[in-house]
Design a protein around this ligand. Sequence first.
Ligand code: ADP
Ligand code: MG
Length: 694
Amino acid sequence: MRFLEDISVQYVKGVGPARKKLFVRLGIESVEDLLYFFPRRYQDRRNLTPIAQVKVGEWQTVSGKILAKVSRRSWYTKKHVSQMTMDDASGRISCIWFNQPYLDRYFVEGKRVVCYGKIDIYKNQLQMVSPEYEILEGEEDESLNLKRIVPIYPLTRGVTQRYLRKTIKASLEKYKDQLREELPVALRNKHHLSNIKRSIGNIHFPESFEDQENALSRISFEEFYFFQISIILRRLSITQKKGIDHKITDASALRFINAFGFELTGAQRQVIREIRADMQSGSPMLRLLQGDVGSGKTLVALFGCVMAFENGHQACVMAPTEILARQHYENIKKMIADGAFKDMKAALFVSGIKKTEKDELYAKIENGEIDLVVGTHALINEEVSFKSLSFAVIDEQHKFGVRQRALLAEKGNNPDVLIMTATPIPRTLCITLYGDLDISIIDEMPPGRGDVKTYLYSHEQDGEVYELIRKKVAEGQQVYVIYPIIEESEKLDLKAAKEMFKHFESKEFEDLSIGLIHGQMKQKESREVMDRFKDKKIDILVATTVVEVGVDVPNANVMVIEHAERFGLAQLHQLRGRIGRGEVDGLCVLVAEAQTSESNDRLKAILSTTNGFEIAQHDLEIRGPGRFFGRHQHGLNELKVANPLTQLDILELARKEAIALTEDDPKLAKESNRYISDIIKKRYPTYLKDVKAG
Ligand code: ADP
Ligand code: MG
């Protein structure tokens, strides 16, 4: 019997070599990929509401026969309008779409159609604007797409929901029995988890939402279970490795602590103690340092770098973007000067620097002339080799994965690794997700920082907001104005950075100096803009979320966030963290209209506190359990299906079982556990690489 991962999707009924390409675009190569291609959500089409009984204002699914279709050009907006009217014997409803002329051909009178959208009334008639639509052909189609809970998949051009459902159904019928059961039967019995065949079937075509939820829980449990085992094994292997034991005397630690013109906070001292103990111990440190923006993490990281240097080794700091790397470099150079760590030499390594300069750097890093390298992932991508790297700092955990972490550590001989993040993660979640890391928290801001006051304005109050901006600029402050998108688009009715920049520059604030920064600019351009902003040559910086992480301009103390309802809570917190970094109180203006109760909750939370951990907790609560979210939300690329934010209870259960297993058999050496070790090797090869070495 062949494994499903070895059977190409092209052999599934209805696919073939040409259509295979469409699947590849969706990330599906094998039959296994196809069976694990999960719906984004579901639509309940079991009891469709007759058109005569639909409720205006609600989102509903209706189905009927196509009665008529017309197309026209709107005299007002000049858009192409396609209109289709359907009839289900109880009543009629018309559906309209804008600028999709191909729809005129798609709808054929007499065919059965299903639409999902918000029910409106227009000129006394029922109407849906831009609903989702599907045309059904024949009986077979109806059994799969109607009168049941219907899966809705992510699509790509050329693939329809109907086609995917049909193909997945066909592959289930033919290959379901070949799905491998990897979860131990004892665990399945203990926690009442169904077998894999049933679960995969119920993920795609559940008969009830309860079945679907059970299936998802089971599959998530499995994923969490093996992931937790891999984390625990990794942790064990790291603590068993021989690290570098730095000698740190009380005198040199004290000298560092007293080197700056200010007192370190209690939290900073505590974390320094923790890092010192790790650096002195014989096994490598792997520590996650959490703390709000501006809480003084970089200074704490510098402690480790200086101690590495004093022990005759090297250190490096890796940041997620070139802007951040440069900023860290400037900060760190200043701290080195302030602290009078005289002989310590720092250098910046990013892909943007000149070839000759780079070659020189390579040599100096390799022969040990440079003690501290600050850079981007260019540090791991390019063949930089250190003479003796003993302390590595990674800023912004979420932008890097476990793989990069491991790659950086490989540049040295089991160096101590400190990972810094300004994205607070609630404690419970942190322990389960980063169980392979020790955790330090800075929960205290340096004294003398201004507060940030946050206010909510509506879009109608633009005039007042602009007035406020003007007043602040007159007081000598600089202002960020953040937009959710770079350019205006047809689909979204939102203000955009580019257009607003033009508007400000040529009209609203023509007497002031305006800058623009967004993610599609060249590194060099954005660097110039940031430099001009830092040098106070720009009064108002129009930006997208590129300023989210780490950017540090103490004189910029005012931030206006337009369409604030569009941003996630963590994102708003990060953005707001850009201001209030000087002594003056910061001012954050949210211009927003809550669209949903969820966006309303988010706005309430951000208005109520500036504490990152409280915000993270709110975030968890607002999202609530049992919902689907994009994978990027929890920042763990290792998990495909399971979501730690919404399935914490399952995660904890799986972790308990993983701990029990590894306590009983830490090397997975027992005959009965061998296959688990094989699964881990296959699923988490980067974790294993380390485990083997250990
Ligand atoms: P983070 O990395 O957490 O965002 P930084 O380490 O960059 O924070 O610190 C932000 C600013 O505060 C820096 O200019 C730093 O010199 C300063 N700073 C750090 N610790 C203290 C302290 N204990 N007292 C006063 N200022 C501090
Ligand atoms: Mg920082």
